[in-house]
Design a protein around this ligand. Structure first.
Ligand code: PGA
Length: 241
């Protein structure tokens, strides 16, 4: 595993944006796997800045987001559809038809989630996947459990995640209990992965991810098996390494 320790959040965001921009310059038709949450907000801001300065062009890029809450409309201010448009898509030139974000199906037909993986395959697979990490070691919404799923699926969110994400909602009761997420196989199939971690509350999960045993109880630890993974952590998140 390649480990880069950033001075602070700004440095982390600039380095992450630099890696994404390099990928897009190298391959204008790059397929990007994108993450939401507070950690990548700075990376998106940097990428928007680079786009405005004409340092990067997203015209032929294809994107697939990692996950989305169940039962929130795309217009809901806490949905990941809304987040992506607000932080990134509204400000750059990714074409609408090249944007993919998982959608909840209220009939819970598992096949409709598998369709998402088929679309990723048809696009040629993910060239660069951006990830965050939960304080409990989840990636996407693959929560710690005795088993993990390979493909995109509907998942019950853990109490840890509901509590952590309640900061974005008026009350914990408003946090959706389920989400659609790419599976571990969908993520591990990416050619290259960068995982961003910021803050002391991520230090234990980052430690387990890099130096602990590989276990489904800390989904990020499976990334030790990936061929091209870079951890990009600020000093606080890397403090237990
Ligand atoms: P955060 O979320 O960036 O908001 O901390 C990361 C995650 O839960 O994967």
């Amino acid at each position: 595993m390649n480990i880069i320790i950033a001075e602070n959040y700004q440095d982390l965001s600039e380095k992450a944006a630099g890696i994404v921009a390099e990928e897009v310059k190298r391959n204008q038709q790059a397929v990007l796997g994108l993450a939401t949450g507070s950690t990548p907000e700075g990376m998106y801001a940097q990428l928007v800045k680079m786009f405005q300065e004409k340092k990067v062009d997203f015209n032929s890029v294809v994107t697939f987001n990692l996950d989305e809450y169940a039962c929130l409309s795309p217009e809901h201010a806490q949905s990941y559809h809304y987040y992506m448009h607000q932080h990134f898509f509204e400000h750059v030139n990714v074409r609408d038809e090249n944007i993919h974000i998982p959608c909840y199906n209220d009939k819970n037909i598992a096949d409709s989630y598998l369709e998402y993986d088929r679309m990723i395959s048809e696009a040629g697979g993910i060239d660069l996947q951006v990830l965050g990490i939960g304080g409990n070691g989840h990636i996407g919404f693959n929560e710690p459990n005795n088993y993990l799923h390979t493909h995109t699926h509907l998942i019950d969110l853990s109490e840890d995640t509901i509590e952590a994400n309640s900061r974005f909602f008026d009350s914990p009761g408003e946090v959706p209990r389920q989400a659609v997420t790419m599976g571990m196989g969908s993520i591990m199939d990416a050619l290259k992965i960068i995982l961003l971690a910021s803050g002391k509350n991520k230090a234990r999960a980052v430690q387990g991810m890099c130096t602990g045993k590989i276990t489904t109880n800390l989904p990020a630890s499976l990334l030790q098996l990936h061929r091209d993974i870079t951890l990009l952590a600020d000093k606080e998140a890397a403090s237990l390494l």
